[in-house]
Design a protein around this ligand. Structure first.
Ligand code: C2E
Ligand code: MG
Ligand code: MG
Length: 672
């Protein structure tokens, strides 16, 4: 930038300018029009009159780079006395005319800053030189020639507009000293260097992609440095945003598993260096799936956001929190005594999470199961510590949920055997080692078999028969339950058809896990099975537990009504052990209540409760099945109260279909 004294207001003395042979004109930057021109300029522009020239819209074919540059020059003129010179090619009447133009600031009568341009004709240059000058003038690539010492010798217009006032050297341009050192190292080693660096510009710090190469200054022959730069701030910003998205959970804004894997190893390393311990607190909400399934994902999401806020509020300044996915959260606490710090955090967490959350007129309460592993004693790396905290959390769940457990080495073995069980279960499903047994449902008054409950059995080649209480929860956890459930329903429907063909019209009841009930494809599966087997829907009853009805949202009603419309019966299993809210009998299409066997067992000591349930069912006219009848006395009690059906070892446990048929044949003949 050259500096010179410029006329501050136009016209100062146009007569003088008019007399010059050199073309001189004033360019109104804001309006992209010539404001005034002397005779030589009119000739240059091939304009008949000043009015005609001033009417031309010079902005219509002006590139963005030029427009931006002109605005920058305008700002420079405002800041001080600035003068620039550039080689320009103008196109009066479409013919290229190359000129050397010097320009400086001049104020228009209305006070706005314009540009006084003075042109000198340029000697004819070879076409390629002309083109290269033009290209350098218009390109957005910022090109600067520096002396070996880093002083700017030449900048193209794009580079010029990107340099803040008073910044003249490469050293001042690069914000980060380390970038300068890297640049110098690259140049010394290879003579060229590429670098992405933060640079100082009039718009503040920007990210530039720099290519530097050693060369010679064509004017002096001295060694020089040619640097070209592209502004990649937009790209950098997008990258940073992509990185943020990759490392954060969008719902809660908390860091995610990705971030944990990347950043936590360093946090552990910092602990080691500072002689601190750390605790990894793994938190999983109890029965969160039920909230999602029964109240919908929007409510589930909102609940998670509330909880994430609460989690944040117990953090100490050094603590970190992340959402690992679903309803799993992780806290990292570093402290001289990590166990004590973890205990304090868990205490605070449990209290905070226990407080009810109000979401669209529903008051929700959730509890967490928490597992804690300690660094360094329970693991040296983040993977091990996470696995161990997870195992501890699992054991807190197994111990009845809503609690906390510290990692113990024995948990490793338990986790391994659970994993083995899962693998073996998948194999068993394929190999047919899982079979459906049937326990007779007996009519109390006649002693006739009127139905059966399908109960699944796993015949393990080495371990023998594994009861469903052991493997159904594993199936529920790993999602196999839907596959297993479809298999049981299919086998039951086939059996129902086979027995009906032999004259035994039985109602087969099939257990449905909550997870299966809320599974999207349930209705389709049921329809497919009924179609495939040709089973009469009235021959199948689905057993659900009270917990399924708890959410009592639209979806539960819709599913139950759809099943009812298909003609299937609905039974409430283990009635009395849950919420025992008879109100839902009105709301839902329920056909049967199965009174839990604990009530039958306590008939001797506490008959009143069972009596009450029986009376209520009779009032409400719901079919009743007493479960777990083991003695003749219990049966007599049911007979006296006119309970319709029972199941129990007194008659038979669940048996294979072949054994069931023997029972059918041995009993009274089916009613005609
Ligand atoms: P549940 O639905 O309440 O099934 C009744 C359980 O009580 C069965 O245990 C049955 O063998 C047992 N039982 C029947 N009579 C007596 C008796 O007189 N005394 C005693 N002490 N027990 C009796 P099982 O077969 O071990 O099944 C346990 C649970 O596993 C079932 O409870 C059910 O919740 C679940 N289950 C079994 N099969 C399936 C299935 O195919 N799908 C699903 N989702 N769950 C199943
Ligand atoms: Mg059952
Ligand atoms: Mg039951």
């Amino acid at each position: 930038m050259e500096t010179a004294v410029v006329p501050t207001r136009f016209p100062a003395d146009t007569a003088l300018l008019e007399a010059l042979h050199q073309p001189v004109w004033v360019f109104d930057i804001d309006r992209s029009r010539v404001h005034w021109a002397n005779g030589a300029a009119l000739q240059l522009w091939q304009a008949a009159t000043l009015g005609e020239l001033c009417a031309r819209d010079m902005g219509c074919d002006m590139s963005d780079t030029v427009a931006r540059r002109l605005r920058q020059y305008q700002r420079d003129f405002e800041c001080g006395d600035a003068r620039f010179s550039e080689q320009w090619t103008l196109y009066p009447a479409g013919h290229p005319t190359t000129l050397w133009v010097s320009f400086s600031g001049v104020r228009l009568p209305d006070g706005r800053m314009a540009m006084l341009c003075e042109a000198r004709p340029q000697q004819a240059m070879p076409p390629d030189s002309l083109r290269s000058v033009e290209a350098l003038l218009h390109t957005e690539v910022m090109t600067t020639l520096y002396s070996r010492g880093g002083r700017a010798l030449y900048r193209n217009p794009a580079a010029r507009t990107s340099v803040p006032e008073g910044s003249d050297s490469l050293q001042q341009r690069l914000v980060d000293r380390e970038d300068l050192r890297a640049l110098v190292r690259g140049l010394v080693a290879n003579g060229h260097c590429k670098l992405i660096a933060r640079v100082a510009t009039p718009q503040g710090e920007r990210w530039h992609d720099l290519s530097a190469r050693l060369c010679r200054d064509a004017a002096t022959g001295r060694q020089a440095l040619l640097v070209s730069e592209i502004d990649i701030s937009g790209l950098k910003h997008a990258q940073a945003q992509a990185q943020y998205l990759a490392d954060h959970d969008l719902l809660t804004g908390l860091p995610n598993r990705n971030h944990v894997i990347k950043a936590y190893p360093q946090a552990l390393e910092d602990c080691r260096r500072d002689g601190l311990q750390a605790a990894l607190i793994f938190l999983d909400l109890d029965h969160f799936k039920r909230v999602n399934d029964s109240l919908g994902h929007a409510v589930g999401d909102e609940l998670l956001m509330h909880l994430a806020r609460r989690l944040r509020s117990v953090l100490g300044p050094q603590d970190r929190v992340a959402r690992l996915g679903g309803d799993e959260f992780l806290l990292l606490v570093s402290d001289a005594d990590a166990a004590a710090a973890a205990r304090a955090r868990v205490q605070a967490l449990v209290a905070l999470i226990a407080a009810p959350v109000q979401i669209s007129q529903t008051e929700l309460r959730v509890t967490p199961s928490i597992g804690v592993s300690l660094y360094p004693q329970d693991g040296q790396d983040i993977d091990t510590l996470m696995r161990h905290a997870d195992q501890a959390m699992y054991s807190a769940k197994a111990a009845g949920r809503n609690g906390m457990a510290w990692f113990q080495p024995a948990m490793n073995a338990a986790a391994q055997s659970r994993l083995d069980l899962e693998t073996e279960l998948r194999r068993a499903l394929v190999h047919g080692d899982i079979r459906v047994y049937f326990q007779p449902r007996i009519e109390v008054q006649t002693g006739r078999i009127v139905g059966a409950e399908a109960l699944v059995r796993w015949f393990h080649p080495q371990r023998g028969m594994i009861p469903p209480d052991v493997f159904i929860p594993v199936c529920e956890d790993c999602g196999l339950i839907c596959e297993l459930g479809a298999m049981v329903l299919d086998a039951s429907a086939r059996q129902q058809v086979a027995w009906a063909a032999q004259g035994w019209q039985l109602k087969i009841s099939v257990n449905l896990s909550p997870r299966q009930f809320f599974y999207n494809a349930l209705l389709q599966d049921v329809r497919d099975i009924l179609d495939r087997t040709g089973c009469d829907p009235r021959g199948i009853e689905l057993e659900i537990t009270e917990s399924v009805l708890l959410g009592h949202d639209g979806r539960t009603v819709a599913t139950l009504e759809a099943l009812d419309a298909l003609g299937l019966g609905i039974a409430i299993d283990d009635f009395g052990t849950g919420y025992s809210n008879l109100a839902y009998l009105h709301r839902y299409p329920v056909d049967t209540l199965k009174i839990d066997r604990s009530f039958i067992r306590s008939l001797d000591s506490l008959p009143a409760l069972t009596e009450m349930i029986v009376t209520m069912c009779q009032v409400l006219k719901v079919n009743m099945v007493a479960e777990g009848v083991e003695t003749a006395e219990q049966l007599a009690w049911l007979q006296a109260r006119k309970v319709r059906e029972y199941q129990g070892f007194l008659f038979s446990p669940a048996v294979s279909p072949e054994a069931f048929e023997r029972l059918l044949r041995a009993g009274p003949p089916p009613p005609q």
